[in-house]
Design a protein around this ligand. Structure first.
Ligand code: HGY
Ligand code: MN
Ligand code: MN
Length: 423
């Protein structure tokens, strides 16, 4: 019988999942609703059952593994993250958090701990941006930040109904009224840090105090399609040329001193008709801004919108801007944060507290329960790429800290997280 956290079991499970959706670039492509998503979900279901937990999928397609408590009326202690990945992503973003969570609960179970509260591991549906344009889909449905009724007619870019994809993974928009976030007493998301602060400080674990806001606009520049040879340069309305200006305006905006606590990315662009001998008539791109300061985030978005409007009218290029995400920064529960800091110290580690510049399901769980996050060192800070890597020993330390934190919470919940009482 394995006493204590089993690092090799976490390692094995990481590699089982890493093989699912592995693509020729050496990365992993496992978006919500894909074949790889289904295979990964089944692999997790098997591990949850093998760990001796009760398995279920909720109406949002979120997967749960639950170790029943001695008093069935008490609220759930929940830990977890997500299994889906970005295109050509790494093996640790999301998956490490789910597997560290599973390991913590399984070890409590295997070592005979008799838990008072039900202990749950969750893998949320569709945390990453996906073909439906709805990131953190499962946690937003679960916490009510997305209304299922509004999504019954929602389709992917290629026309697939969201409902079909959800049903495929075991969910159903029509029964989202059965989702019950008030069942959660505390939520903790372990996650790889995805930046290099812990690695630079030579620390395996960090504690998160706040999560960045994320603002995304879908921008369309429309010019005029014409012959690449016979159209004189002065007569062109070239949308791709205009896009080049949009990029330099964006770069200049982010170099302004007032934008020091903001990052911005234009990572997705489509050119139409994208032919070598046609003047491009249309460019669609996503502008993403992040800041832990909501005012700055909105000021940045507004300023860019104004600059684009002025510039594109000079070029006689039509501009349309649709906001697709306006997610405020969130501060995590001080009570849970302090508990995690104590537990990190109890493991003879320095508790570095940092903000997360990545978005997480925890952002939405703050709405329904005292929420915390535990960061696991990302080697060289790399993420959203095949080089993403965290050491097995760091994952094991995170699982051990989570194990002890859950045990502590289970025994002293009402005092330790006083904001629980205010739920
Ligand atoms: O984009 C993010 O920050 C997260 O990885 N979904
Ligand atoms: Mn990610
Ligand atoms: Mn993630």
């Amino acid at each position: 019988m394995q006493l204590g956290i089993d690092a090799s079991r976490i390692h094995r499970r990481i590699h089982v999942l890493a093989a699912i959706g592995a693509d020729p670039t050496g990365g992993i492509t496992r978006p919500f609703g894909s074949e790889a998503d289904l295979v990964a979900r089944e692999a997790l279901r098997q591990e949850i059952v093998a760990a001796g937990l009760n398995y279920r999928v909720d109406a949002a397609g979120n997967q749960w593994g639950i170790l029943p408590g001695r008093d069935s009326h008490t609220k759930l202690l929940v830990v977890g993250s997500h299994l889906d990945t970005v295109p050509h992503g790494g093996a640790y973003d999301g998956a490490a958090g789910v597997l560290v969570s599973l390991e913590a609960i399984q070890t409590l179970h295997e070592t005979g701990y008799r838990n008072h509260h039900p202990l749950a591991v969750v893998a949320f549906t569709g945390e990453e941006p996906n073909s439906f344009g709805l990131s953190t889909l499962g946690s937003r449905l679960y916490t009510g930040r997305l209304s299922a009724a509004d999504l019954l007619e929602h389709h992917s870019a290629s026309g697939e109904p969201l409902q079909d994809a959800l049903v495929r993974v075991g969910g159903d928009l029509r029964s989202c009224d059965t989702l019950n976030p008030s069942e959660v007493a505390v939520f903790i998301e372990p996650h790889v840090e995805q930046s290099g602060r812990l690695d630079d400080a030579n620390l395996p674990i960090g504690v998160v105090d706040r999560i960045t806001g994320i603002y995304r606009d879908h921008v369309t520049l429309t010019g005029e399609q014409n012959h690449a040879g016979t159209t004189r340069m002065g007569d062109r309305k070239d949308a791709l040329d205009a896009f080049a200006d949009a990029i330099s305006l964006f770069e200049t905006l982010l170099q302004m001193p007032w934008a020091d606590w903001m990052v911005g990315t234009i990572g997705q662009v489509q050119v139409y008709p994208n032919a070598i001998n046609i003047v491009p008539s249309r460019v669609d791109f996503i502008v993403e801004l992040r800041s832990t300061d909501l005012e700055q985030l909105h000021a940045g978005a507004q300023r860019y919108h104004q600059q684009l409007t002025a510039h594109m009218s000079q070029r006689h290029i039509a501009l349309s801007v649709d906001n697709i995400l306006d997610q405020a920064p969130e501060t995590l529960s001080p009570a849970v944060r302090n508990l995690l800091v104590q537990q990190v110290r109890a493991h003879h580690l320095t508790p570095l507290t940092v903000a997360s510049w990545a978005g997480h399901d925890a952002t939405h769980m703050t709405r329904v329960a005292p929420t915390g996050m535990l960061f696991i060192r990302s080697i060289h800070g790399k993420s959203h790429c095949p080089d993403e890597y965290s050491r097995p020993e760091d994952l094991a330390v995170a699982a051990d800290i989570l194990h002890d934190t859950m045990k502590h919470l289970d025994q002293v919940l009402e005092e330790v997280a006083p904001d629980v009482a205010s739920l």
